[in-house]
Design a protein around this ligand. Structure first.
Ligand code: PEP
Length: 258
């Protein structure tokens, strides 16, 4: 198995205006100094309106943090009122783009086909997609979790080339664990993350699948991150609520030394 660099990403959702975002990143940088964050990728995904301010801050202070966006449009430009393209994000030094988050799928009707278009646009502009997949509680209770996740992966990754697949992060996020305080047990999370890797191996071959980072997301907190991250197929975390606290997010990043 190849060595996979852990990746901890904070999804701020529709929280924090650009001034609050600056404050949060400044505090995060302060708290990170109390922890061992070396050897990991640390990503924050603010709202679009804060990207420019955070880009400036990261560059000016040479912070060990990378910039992510929460969604994107598939086209480079055009009459798509309110949308933001991958080309625009790349120009802001955005490195990661979340695609297919369950809130986008459920609230904005994004199908696997739509997610696929976004993911390919992200690759086209040299950024790394964080592709979210995950089952609902009904689907889990019906024993369909693996099947649903496999279907989302196959649909969202259709047409992706081997060279592009190397630059991919997948976030397994059971919908019932997002923002609910309910975390999947580490065994369940491991089982599904291993299943994700199995589908990636079918699509791209075992060697590439072994290099792709798979995150777990769903109520990750300082108190549960260590056990989750100790699972062999979990290479990181996508963090919602706890990423809005600089102390908690720094503790999550620094989980190894506690
Ligand atoms: C998320 O929205 O991706 C997420 C995992 O949220 P939370 O950590 O709040 O469950």
């Amino acid at each position: 198995m190849s060595e996979r660099r852990p990746i901890i990403a904070g999804n701020w959702k529709m929280h924090k205006d650009h001034l609050e975002a600056i404050q949060l990143v400044q505090k995060l940088a302060y708290h990170l100094e109390e922890h061992d964050y070396e050897g990991q990728d640390i990503v924050v995904c603010p709202s679009f309106v804060a990207l420019r301010a955070i880009q400036n801050l990261i560059q000016a202070d040479k912070l060990p943090i990378e910039l992510g966006a929460q969604t994107v449009h598939a086209e480079d430009e055009g009459a798509f009122t309110g949308e933001v393209s991958a080309r625009m994000l790349a120009r802001l030094d955005v490195r990661y783009v979340i695609v297919g988050h369950s809130e986008r799928r459920a609230l904005f009707g994004e199908s696997d086909e739509v997610v696929n278009g976004k993911l390919r646009a992200v690759h086209k502009h040299g950024m790394v997609p964080i592709l979210c997949v995950g089952e609902t509680l009904e689907q889990r209770d019906a024993g369909q979790a693996v099947e649903i996740v496999a279907e989302q992966l196959r649909g969202s990754l259709a047409g992706v080339k081997l060279a592009e697949a190397q630059d991919l992060v997948v976030a397994y996020e059971p919908v019932w664990a997002i923002g609910t305080g309910r975390t999947a047990s580490s065994a369940d999370a491991q089982e599904l993350c291993a299943a994700v890797r199995g589908v990636l191996a079918e699509l791209f071959g075992q060697a590439i699948a072994d290099g792709i980072r798979v995150q777990y997301g769903g109520s990750v907190k300082p108190g549960n991150v260590r056990e989750l991250m100790s699972q062999p197929d979990i290479d990181g975390a996508l963090v919602g609520g706890a990423s809005l606290s600089s102390e908690d997010f720094a503790l999550i990043v620094g989980h190894r030394r506690r």
